[in-house]
Design a protein around this ligand. Structure first.
Ligand code: NAG
Ligand code: NAG
Ligand code: NAG
Ligand code: NAG
Ligand code: NAG
Ligand code: NAG
Ligand code: NAG
Length: 598
């Protein structure tokens, strides 16, 4: 929508302002796009690009776009970043502490806008006021309210009051995130400006909006994980799904079983200690991000398990393609009781360190070829009366494992069941799906969006999370590593593909209706790290994960083209906050909006 801008800087600085501006250019909003234009004598309030964009287009510069009401007014106020203060918190509760820490973060980010050269003289103060029930629960269950309303007004004394109303810390924090996107550096005047007459009602469409990150194929250091959480918070993603272990390495330092990482980490330094995990989980909480650990089993195991006798089958078997999908192979000897003791102990440590609201049990890519290659394993199967010809008996062995592992997880959680996630796999196939109980398991879909298991899962009333590789796998489109040519899921998934990956449309295409949206928990953009590590992490994740973030927050009916300029702006914000997000287009396309897309 076309927004007319009338700018009042402070109170009396509006006239005579233009002649001080050195740039020959400013920006004018027209048909939802900011156009570069010459500053001529008839322009009384030249606009910087960031100020123009804040008010221009259907959602200005806000990412993800609000789902309820949005009005931004026509005015900005010159803000003094040193004078940002909190009001409305009257207790020393954990929620209040988190909110004041969040406001301090906002303040230091605003202070850094423009590289610290902003002129704050005569800038106005900002009060950030919180109200609403702000429940004490900080465990972040799936049904926690993340909604908020944000109102910004200039008071009679010139100060600005931003009021955020929310039912939980998480909603209030989202409100602050939106507020931060309404504060920009005006490079024509070297001032920080805040939008003045704002009314926003907002809340996510889906409760699970994640990034799935593998830290086993290659190690990702703690600083990079914290930075990832920061980028997630900026994009209102709320779930860091941590695929912490796999066959390649076991970097999680289990307090009770230090041998796991002792034997399984790449180096003694490439570990996540209990203290590291606590720091990451705390940082997640502050940023409104739940951390969900995954201990993948019974396949995707290997390094770290060697010290336990008779626990690991097919480990490093060659030629690997006869036993698994990727080297090194490794699968648990599920006939061994010791395996369940070990799992229970690791689960207990993970639960202690993560205090997770949800747990991921993995469960993908079990190779019947591996178990089938071990004579003594087949003898055990025979004692159970399971057929060792064809797949059915091996599926029984897998199901046997899953039941016992689930019981071990429940015991590790003091007898309380934990909502558990499993990947789509042989167990979610047509013949086997009845093994799984939709009241126990959430299914994360990694197969293609056209996979018929999706329809099957929803018919059976499973809650699902969309990580379909044909749109949201961030590791696709690079060179191969087990051979030459391109890697398995090439081509590269551009941000547009992630943006347009609508879970709702996927299920509608498979014959369901909008009412079945209740089965969609959300989605998670996944980065498998065979070919990425700390040094390439940011560019792989960003800004593409943010594109999926808007899809999951708002499930917009429009496609990426309507989000293009906001995406470019949001990418720039990520970079300003120290995240090395990939560039998507020449900067020229941000200054000449609408001139690039076909
Ligand atoms: C300002 O002047 C330029 C020419 O100098 C003209 O093209 C433009 O339409 C004018 N803008 C307005 C808003 O009057
Ligand atoms: C502060 O206290 C007042 C009155 O006791 C209450 O109405 C208000 O909700 C409280 N604010 C917060 C943020 O807890
Ligand atoms: C800001 O606005 C809220 C809601 O109207 C009000 O309760 C609060 O007192 C205001 N804060 C200041 C500093 O005026
Ligand atoms: C919370 O947000 C969701 C999504 O926008 C919406 O369906 C729901 O009605 C909102 N609740 C409130 C209380 O605004
Ligand atoms: C670690 O593994 C070694 C065998 O390599 C074993 O002797 C030792 O008892 C194990 N430590 C613990 C704490 O289980
Ligand atoms: C698997 O575990 C069983 C039970 O402990 C054991 O007897 C068997 O030798 C193990 N198989 C292998 C190949 O390690
Ligand atoms: C085992 O499975 C194979 C292949 O599906 C089948 O031909 C065979 O009859 C089965 N054996 C028994 C004892 O059920």
């Amino acid at each position: 929508m076309f927004v007319i801008l009338l700018l009042v800087f402070g109170t009396l600085q509006i006239f005579g302002d233009a002649h001080k501006i050195k740039s020959p250019w400013h920006y004018e909003c027209s048909a939802g796009l900011c156009e570069k234009a010459a500053i001529s004598s008839n322009v009384s309030t030249p606009l910087s690009l960031e100020v123009c964009q804040m008010f221009c287009g259907e959602a200005g510069a806000i990412w993800p776009k609000p789902t309820g009401h949005l009005s931004l007014g026509n005015f900005v106020v010159h803000l003094d970043p040193e004078a940002i203060k909190i009001s409305g918190l009257n207790s020393t509760s954990k929620v209040s502490t988190l909110l004041s820490r969040s406001v301090n973060l906002l303040k230091s980010n605003v202070q850094r806008l423009g590289g610290g050269v902003a002129n704050n003289k005569n800038g106005k103060a900002l009060w950030v006021h919180f109200s609403g029930s702000l429940v004490k629960d900080l465990s972040m269950p799936l049904d926690i309210s993340e909604n908020y309303t944000l109102e910004v007004r200039q008071l009679d004394d010139g100060t600005v009051n931003a009021t955020i109303v929310a039912e939980s810390y998480f909603g209030a924090r989202h409100g602050l995130e939106t507020l931060s996107q309404l504060i920009v550096f005006d490079d024509l005047r070297s001032q920080v400006q805040i939008a003045r007459d704002v009314n926003i009602v907002d809340g996510p469409v889906y409760p699970y909006r994640g990034i799935t990150l593998d830290t086993s194929r290659n190690f990702i250091d703690k600083a990079a994980i914290l930075r990832t959480i920061r980028g997630m918070a900026m994009s209102k993603l709320n779930t860091f799904h941590w695929h912490i272990t796999d066959s390649h390495s076991f970097p999680y330092e289990s307090k009770s079983l230090p041998n796991m990482s002792h034997y399984g980490s790449y180096t003694p330094q490439k570990v996540y200690t209990s203290k590291d995990v606590k720091e990451i989980v705390d940082y997640g909480l502050l940023h409104g991000v739940r951390v969900v650990p995954e201990l993948d089993a019974p396949a995707h195991v290997g390094e770290g398990w060697q010290w336990i006798d008779n626990a690991l089958l097919c480990f490093k078997a060659q030629p690997w393609m006869n036993y698994c999908v990727e080297p090194p192979c490794g699968q648990l000897n599920v006939s061994n009781e010791k395996v369940y003791e070990i799992l229970e102990t690791i689960y207990k440590d993970l639960i202690h360190d993560f205090k997770p609201a949800l747990f991921h049990m993995g469960g993908d890519e079990v190779s019947t070829k591996c178990w089938n290659s071990v004579e003594s394993f087949k003898q055990w199967m025979a004692t159970k009366g399971w057929n060792t010809t064809g797949d059915s008996g091996f599926i029984k062995a897998w199901e046997y494992f899953q039941t016992k592992a689930y019981d071990a997880l429940t015991r590790a959680n003091n007898g309380k069941t934990l909502p558990s996630i499993l990947w789509t796999s042989g167990l979610t196939d047509e013949n086997n799906i009845d093994y799984l109980d939709p009241n126990k398991y959430i299914i994360q879909i990694w197969t293609e969006s056209s996979d018929k298991s999706i329809a099957r899962l929803i018919k059976k009333k499973f809650k699902v999370i969309f990580s379909n590789y044909d749109a949201v796998y961030l590791d696709c489109g690079f060179g191969a590593w087990v051979t030459s040519g391109n890697n398995w899921c090439s081509p590269y998934k551009g941000w547009q593909l992630l943006y347009d990956n609508s879970p709702l449309n996927i299920i509608i295409k498979q014959g369901f209706s909008t009412a079945d949206k209740q089965y969609i928990l959300g989605g998670s953009a996944a980065l498998w790290t065979e070919q990425a590590d700390t040094s390439s992490l940011d560019g792989r994740l960003w800004p593409r994960a943010a594109a999926y973030a808007e899809r999951l927050w708002a499930e917009p009916s429009s496609s990426w083209i309507h989000a293009e300029q906001r995406m470019l702006r949001h990418r720039q914000r990520l970079v300003q906050k120290g995240i090395q997000a990939d560039q998507l287009e020449p900067e020229w396309c941000s200054q000449n909006q609408g001139a690039c897309p076909l």
